[in-house]
Design a protein around this ligand. Structure first.
Ligand SMILES: C[S@@+](CC[C@H](N)C(=O)[O-])C[C@H]1O[C@@H](n2cnc3c(N)ncnc32)[C@H](O)[C@@H]1O
Length: 414
């Protein structure tokens, strides 16, 4: 039997080929990374859902009205498909602040911007009036944008940055994770073309783990090393050291106007998963753990508000304590008293699990409930089509379905 082929010998996890291939995947694959048509894809429905965008825009609205801001500038890093931007602009319209918002979509590659244009994600809005595109690498932000933005948003982006898993040995010394990568001899050889075409290539690699003594070499790992401490270990007795996200956070603070805020939503730690990262298609998604970011922020006398539900770990960071206090009640209302995103997700799962035609009442109830939160997305038009079908209005059902298909930019729902 052919032996596995060694692809890379033991290397720090965050500098390994696995990580490098994963991060080049987004840049080369563009929006296809988010589309079901590519086979395995990066899930994005919940992060880009209308209720998620709406809750964020409600916070912006409060600042716009309280501070009488004429043009509130929102910068989204890693904007991917642009669907969050579309939903945020629709929410701004619903909330009567469309004229007061400019949404800057930014990503590591402008390839996504060309694709957003060609599939028409933002066709209901005007470039240079409602939105702008900016090619920006979160790890190297030019200082020309200092104090330019009122809100900076990152939706499942920190998890894509290099993160080094650490743990404390029994003797109390820090250890880091190294991995060794092997390829199954039956697999095609690993190259960029395969990575793009074969969307499960990374998950078929064989990975061996090794924990070795850690002392930070240099650069960012050295810079934030003093933030690490034993009390920060998670339920798996690990610390995921997000040195790149820590550096990015400092740069983001610099981009913010004094009355601005940072909003980060990301994948929370999963108590049932002992793993350190997940693989979606050929991208690595690190579980994200926020205590180090919050420690960095509070050490600098800034304020943080962190809240978690089933859908997201959400982190808000403010330069200005007064602004934090002014928004606190609204944040609690939007994210603690309820979570429209969790409800959205549960309704989607509940509807998927209904199989009997005798459950019409249940379907009707769930679709109507869903439409209380979302009247804009393609999913909501599919719900409307379903409701019309239930009452025999086939023509109206067809109109709603056609609209849904038109809004299904990534082909994930049709
Ligand atoms: C998991 S996707 C999330 C996309 C989108 N925000 C969403 O929720 O669907 C991660 C995004 O971050 C972008 N990204 C990865 N590394 C980046 C970096 N260093 N600078 C800017 N964007 C980056 C990728 O291109 C990709 O669009």
């Amino acid at each position: 039997m052919p032996e596995p082929i060694l692809i890379e010998d033991f290397t720090d996890f965050d500098k390994s080929l696995l990580y490098k291939l994963g991060s080049s995947y987004y840049a080369s694959k563009g929006l296809k990374a988010f589309s079901k048509a590519s086979g395995s894809y990066i899930p994005n429905e919940i992060s880009n859902s209308y209720p998620h965008a709406r809750a964020f825009v409600e916070l912006c609205k409060k600042i716009i009205l309280d501070k009488k801001i004429d043009k509130f500038k929102i910068l989204e890093f890693g904007s991917g498909s642009g669907i969050f931007a579309r939903h945020a602009l629709l929410a701004a319209k619903d909330l009567g602040i469309e004229k007061n918002i400019v949404f800057y979509l930014s990503d590591i590659t402008s390839k996504t911007f060309d694709e957003i244009k060609s599939i028409g994600v933002l066709n209901d809005f005007q470039e240079h009036t409602h939105y702008e595109f900016l090619e920006l690498n979160l790890l190297n932000i030019p200082n020309t944008y200092s104090k330019t933005f009122d809100a900076v948003l990152l939706n499942y982006v920190f998890d894509a940055l290099p993160t080094l898993p650490l743990r404390y040995s029994e003797e109390g010394n820090l250890e880091k994770l190294q991995i060794q990568i092997w390829q199954n001899p039956d697999d095609k050889s690993l190259n960029e073309n395969n990575l793009l075409e074969d969307s499960n290539l990374l998950s078929r690699l064989l990975i061996q783990e090794l924990w070795v003594k850690y002392s930070p070499s240099q650069g960012l790992e050295q810079k934030y090393f003093d933030l690490l401490s034993k009390d920060l270990v998670d339920h798996r007795s690990k610390i995921l050291y997000p040195y790149a996200a820590l550096s990015a956070t400092e740069m983001l603070l610099d981009l913010l106007d004094d009355n601005g805020f940072i909003y980060v939503s990301d994948m929370p730690l999963d108590k049932n998963d002992p793993g350190i990262f997940r693989m979606f298609a050929n991208a690595i998604v690190n579980y994200f753990s926020e205590p180090l970011i919050t420690k960095l922020i509070t050490n600098q006398n800034y304020c943080g508000y962190v809240v978690q539900d089933n859908s997201f770990l959400r982190m808000f960071y403010f330069k200005n304590q007064n602004l934090f206090l002014e928004l606190l009640d609204l944040m609690k209302e939007l994210y603690e008293k309820t979570s429209t995103v969790d409800i959205y997700y549960d309704i989607r799962k509940a509807l998927d699990s209904i199989s009997s035609p005798h459950s019409k009442d249940l379907i009707e109830f769930l679709c109507k409930k869903f439409l209380e939160f979302d009247k804009h997305s393609c999913v909501s038009y599919f719900m409307q089509a379903k409701l019309f079908e239930l009452i025999g209005e086939t023509e109206k059902a067809q109109i709603a379905r056609t609209k849904a298909q038109k809004l299904d930019f990534l082909g994930n729902f049709s």
